[in-house]
Structures are given as structure tokens and as C-alpha cells.
Design a protein around this ligand. Structure first.
Ligand code: M6R
Length: 612
């Protein structure tokens, strides 16, 4: 979280920084700022609030210059206000820095630096970095060849934590020094001596499609002559230049009021893209190019561990059901944030699957590294091409769902589940647990999903009416069983994160072990009850809710007259393979959450306290 952009070249820097920051606003939107170099002086301008506030301030009082750095913040240390906004500068204004990450030993460093006379002006962990760089620079001054990059490198050797940083200084001007460890950073290679640095390709795509992803431990010096990458502690390295293959309109709203709605509506297309060229229906198999050459390891695997956070963890849960039910491989799903800190045991012949839309979620990345270090073969199910998880896993499957900008994950979730279904078919066939005819059934059902989702999206007006009816409910319960228990969790998460309504997801049968106490006529209960293997069971759970006067909104299979008559409201979804029902069930719940949030006046793309 937090977005970084920097530019050096012949054009005016501030409009380029603002343009880049606007495309990164989904990474943080509580404050923003720029540091621009002009006539040997660093001018810092910061504003609390959204980037529009900063833009306005720069319009009223422009800051000219040919190079500089910018930042959009998602607060970790200290409340979102002007003082805590980045860039942070030293008292004499000779060094300025932007940072994404967390400095874990900030307290100790701050004490040491204060003891040496540095005066801090914010509550952030970041500010220690800029003072530390100044301190180290001053210690080294006088030594032949002292440079900003050497000071940054020496300062970083004292730092514990994660960072993507970009630094400028009047002492060593005409350059931006960047470094990363655990937070993404890339260089945008422009033309005519223009070079960018950014935390995300979205910030530079309007200017260049050629990007160089930095690895953890890399530093880069960016000047008007170009860029040089070197490893901290060693020397220069060459990193490949990658071509970004998506277009600017992928990170724009395309006529929709919100990114979230656009991303919900484009799911027929994204689901199609995720499967493109991968389904071999006649053989009842799939072709996953990213797993080529891995048949032996995958065929011999004794266990799968799925790692993820939030929505990606929910898709992982569905993956667990699929892999055990269909491919018959023992599978566990772990919150990445727990796995990485709890000294897990990773047995030989384990496949760890890291699921992440962004490919940059620190907990998922470090959990994956832990599994790898213990000998697991690591696969990634990732959307963002070239992201850290995608680069560090042994092999993987991209979602090809194009950038997801809405903070609430929608199209990434459905594509993740689709990829997990394809992976299940691949493993099931490889290991002999899935026959060709059952494989064909799943592959055929996968191929029908885009059309079925398009059909569900046509129900948007009816779902909006439902939203109108329930928008003022303070609580919601979401229930599901089997494959649709994780879909219930996902439905509840979508609602709570964008509408701030308290919502809980539960396995339907667990309701009677506690949450049933909450049910009365004021509690809407969303029950995902398609005609699948657990249909009869969930029907009795619905009876239990109705007996306590709860209002039931049931997601049912079209043509199910029984529940149609029994529930207060129904959302009908087409019939599909049991394992794929969560994809179809989730789409109307995304729309329900979206419309409720909009009706409550919430900012759905940039919800309170969250960022991507
Ligand atoms: O990029 P990732 O998939 O690793 O992100 C994981 C979660 O942070 C993310 O899914 C989060 O829960 C979203 N806000 C859900 O809508």
C-alpha cells in the first residue's frame, strides 16, 4: 500500500507526478505530496486528503522543476494529516524521500538520531529514513566519491523492515535514488532521456510501456542519461526490460460510475481471458503453459498448502474443496499472515500455492518464501504480471484479468476460482483421480461460465431493488455449505468493506452453534443454496432461519420452485458443476454489496481505512 512515482527528464515534472499519482490513488488516499527540485532547492508540497487536494494546491501555486518524486499515502504510523504525508524532508530541506513499507526498528533509529540532534516533524516510521540518510551522508562527506546512492545504501544496512523508496538531495543533484526490499518498485524507461520510477506500472503506462522490475535488494540510480541498477552490497546488474501488455483504458472507468462496477460488469470477458487457450474439452484436460515441465513434481505431490489473504484466501478455500474432492490431494488453506509467523511444518513433496491479485501482498509473499525455504515447490496464482510473487514462485498461472483498480476485489476472485478449477482438472487428470469423462464435464462447465455470468449481470436492476429494501439493515448474515461456504464469506466481506455494514459469513450448519441467537425479523440472511450435493441440508438451515422470522435472500438454481416459494427473495443463477457454483453465486452478491454501498453514500472504490 502507498503509491510512489518519480520522474527525471526534460518536461515539467509536476503534471507527470500528479498524473501518475492519480493512477495510484487506489493504493492509498489519505494524503499525497510531491518533492520537486528547482534551482538547487527541494520544494515539498503535501496535502491531507485525496490527490485532488494536492492538485488544487499545485494549480493555485505551481511548483516548477524537471525532476522530482511523489507519493500517495495509506497511513500506518500516525494519523492521515499534512505532517505525516510524504515526502519527508530533513530540517535543512536538503534530502527528501518517499516510502512504501514499514520500518520495524524506526523507534530505535529515531532515538539514536534525536540524540544526534535531528529534529523530527512527523509521527511516521518513514521520517527516520531521510534523517538516517542525511546522517550517513554527512559522516561520509569528504570521502572521495561520496554519493547519494552510497549514503542510501549505507543507511539501509541499518534498517529492519520493508521499503520501496525514492530519494532526492541537493547535495548530489540531478538524480533520483531508488531501492526496494519487500515493497514493489519499477523503472519506467521513457524516450528522449525520460526515466520514471514507480511502485506500479499503472503510474507510468500513459508515458511508457517499457518497465524494469526491481528485485528485493536492488537499488537504482535514475538520471537524465538513463538508469543503472545495482545489488546492495555487490555491484551493477542487468534487469530485463518488460513490455506492459495492457492498455490505459484498463485503468480507467470506461463510462462506469465506479471501477468496482466496471470490474463486476467485465467478468464475462475476464473469465474468458483467464481460460483463453487453456481448455481441451475433448480430452477432458486443460493446458496450463506456466506449469509446463512440472508434471513429475505435481504428480508426486503429497500435500498442497494454499496461502493468501482476504478475498484471495476465500478463493483458496474453494480451491481446497476442489483439490480434495476432485483431485484427491490433501490440501490446507492458510492465512498467509499466520503461516509466516507460526513456525509451520512443511513436509517433503509439498506444493505451496500463493494466491494474490496484486502479487505484492507482503504476508503472502513472505509466507510463500517460508514455504520455499522449507523445500516446497511454489506456484503462484497471480493477476499482476511481473509482480514479486509471480517472479519468485517456481511456476504459476496468471489470471489475465487485467488490472483491478477497485479496492474491493471482484473480477480477480472469479478468475482465481476459475484458475483453481483448471488446476484441479490438471492435477486430477495427472494423478489419475479424475476420469476423462468427469474432466470433460468440468471443462465444458468452465466454458459456459462467461455466458452464464453475463446472464446473471442482466439481473442488475432487480438486485438494485433488493439493495433498496435492505440498505438500512445494520447487520447481515451470509450462509453457505460446501463449495459455497467460502462464497458466503466473500459475500459478507464485500458488503462490510464497502458499505460498513456489519456482515458475517458462516457455514450454514454452524449457525445453530451460536449465530442463530442473532436472528429475528431485523436480520437479513443471505443463503447460497444452489441445487448441489448439500441442497437438502441447506434447506433445513433456511427453515431454521424462517422459524425465527429472519428474512431470507436465497441464491438458488433457476427452476428451483421449492425455494422460490419459501424464501423472501431469490436470486436465480444458472445450473453449473457444483465446484463452479461459487463463481456464479458471488457475482450477484458483488452487485448487492455495490448497490447497498452506493445507496448509503459510501465511496466504493476507496473505502475508509482500506487500500489495495
Ligand atoms: O492482492 P491480494 O490478492 O494479495 O490481496 C489480498 C487482500 O488484501 C484483498 O483480497 C482484500 O481482502 C480485498 N480488500 C478484498 O476485497
Amino acid at each position: 500500500m502507498c503509491g510512489i512515482v518519480g520522474y527525471i527528464g526534460a518536461r515539467e515534472v509536476t503534471p507527470l507526478l500528479i498524473e501518475g499519482l492519480k493512477r495510484l490513488e487506489y493504493r492509498g488516499y489519505d494524503s499525497a505530496g510531491v518533492a520537486v527540485m528547482l534551482d538547487g532547492q527541494i520544494q515539498v508540497r503535501k496535502e491531507a486528503g485525496k490527490i485532488a487536494e494536492l492538485e488544487k494546491s499545485l494549480e493555485d501555486e505551481p511548483v516548477p522543476g524537471k525532476y522530482g518524486i511523489g507519493h500517495t499515502r495509506w497511513a500506518t504510523h500516525g494519523p492521515p494529516n499534512n505532517r505525516n504525508a510524504h515526502p519527508h524532508a530533513t530540517e535543512d530541506g536538503e534530502f527528501a524521500l518517499v516510502h512504501n513499507g514499514i520500518i520495524e526498528n524506526a523507534g530505535t533509529l529515531r532515538k539514536m538520531l534525536e540524540g544526534r540532534g535531528h529534529v523530527f516533524s512527523s509521527e511516521t516510521d518513514t521520517e527516520v529514513l531521510v534523517h538516517l540518510i542525511e546522517e550517513v551522508y554527512e559522516e561520509g562527506e569528504g570521502r572521495a566519491g561520496e554519493s547519494l546512492e552510497r549514503a542510501v545504501e549505507a543507511a539501509l544496512s541499518q534498517v529492519e523492515g520493508t521499503y520501496g523508496i525514492a530519494v532526492v538531495s541537493t547535495r548530489d543533484p540531478e538524480k533520483i535514488v531508488a531501492a526496494r526490499l519487500g515493497s514493489p518498485l519499477l523503472i519506467g524507461v521513457g524516450i528522449n532521456g525520460e526515466t520514471f520510477v514507480a511502485s506500479d506500472a499503472a503510474a507510468v503506462i500513459a508515458q511508457t510501456r517499457d518497465v524494469v522490475y526491481l528485485d528485493d535488494g536492488d537499488m537504482a540510480t535514475i538520471t537524465s542519461e538513463g538508469y543503472v541498477v545495482h545489488r546492495r552490497g555487490t555491484g551493477p546488474v542487468t534487469r530485463p526490460v518488460n513490455r506492459v501488455d495492457w492498455d490505459l483504458d484498463e485503468v480507467e472507468r470506461g463510462g462506469y460510475e465506479h471501477f468496482m462496477l466496471k470490474e463486476i460488469m467485465e467478468q464475462p470477458e475476464t473469465l474468458r481471458e483467464t481460460m483463453r487457450g487453456r481448455l481441451l474439452e475433448d480430452d477432458g484436460r486443460v493446458k496450463l503453459g506456466g506449469l509446463e515441465g512440472m508434471d513429475e513434481e505435481l504428480g508426486d505431490a503429497q500435500r498442497v498448502i494454499i496461502l493468501g489473504c482476504g478475498t484471495s484466501w476465500h478463493s483458496g478455500l474453494i480451491g481446497e474443496y476442489m483439490l480434495e474432492d476432485i483431485a484427491r490431494i490433501p490440501t490446507d488453506v492458510e492465512y498467509a499472515s499466520e503461516f509466516r509467523y507460526r513456525r509451520p511444518v512443511v513436509e517433503p513433496k509439498t506444493i505451496a500455492i500463493a494466491i494474490s491479485q496484486s502479487g505484492e501482498t507482503a504476508d503472502t509473499l513472505w509466507a510463500m518464501r517460508e514455504a520455499k525455504q522449507q523445500g516446497a515447490t511454489c506456484l503462484g496464482i497471480v493477476n499482476a504480471v511481473g509482480s514479486t510473487i509471480a517472479r519468485e514462485t517456481d511456476a504459476g498461472i496468471y489470471l489475465h484479468a487485467k488490472p483491478e483498480i477497485g479496492v474491493a476485489s471482484t473480477k480477480a476472485f472469479t478468475s482465481q476460482v476459475e484458475v483453481l478449477a483448471m488446476l484441479t482438472v490438471h492435477l486430477g487428470r495427472l494423478r489419475g483421480a479424475l476420469t476423462a469423462s468427469r474432466g470433460r464435464e468440468i471443462v465444458r462447465a468452465l466454458g459456459q461460465l462467461p455466458e452464464q455470468v453475463a446472464q446473471i449481470l442482466e439481473m442488475e436492476p432487480a438486485i438494485r431493488e433488493l439493495a433498496e429494501e435492505y440498505k438500512d439493515s445494520p447487520n447481515f448474515l451470509y450462509l453457505g455449505r460446501g463449495y459455497n461456504f467460502p462464497a458466503a464469506l466473500e459475500g459478507a466481506l464485500k458488503l462490510k468493506e464497502i458499505s460498513y455494514i456489519h456482515a458475517e459469513g458462516y457455514p450454514a450448519a454452524e449457525m445453530k452453534h451460536g449465530p442463530i441467537a442473532l436472528i429475528d425479523e431485523n436480520m437479513p440472511v443471505v443463503v447460497i443454496a444452489p441445487k448441489d450435493a448439500v441442497y437438502e441440508k441447506i434447506k433445513s438451515n433456511i427453515e431454521e432461519v424462517k422459524a425465527r422470522k429472519g428474512s431470507v435472500i436465497a441464491v438458488i438454481t433457476e427452476g428451483d420452485t421449492e425455494l422460490l416459494a419459501f424464501a423472501d427473495h431469490v436470486i436465480q443463477i444458472p445450473r453449473t458443476h457444483d465446484a463452479l457454483t461459487p463463481i456464479l453465486a458471488t457475482v450477484p452478491l458483488q452487485l448487492l454489496a455495490y448497490h447497498i454501498a452506493v445507496m448509503r453514500g459510501c465511496d466504493v472504490d476507496q473505502p475508509m481505512n482500506l487500500a489495495k
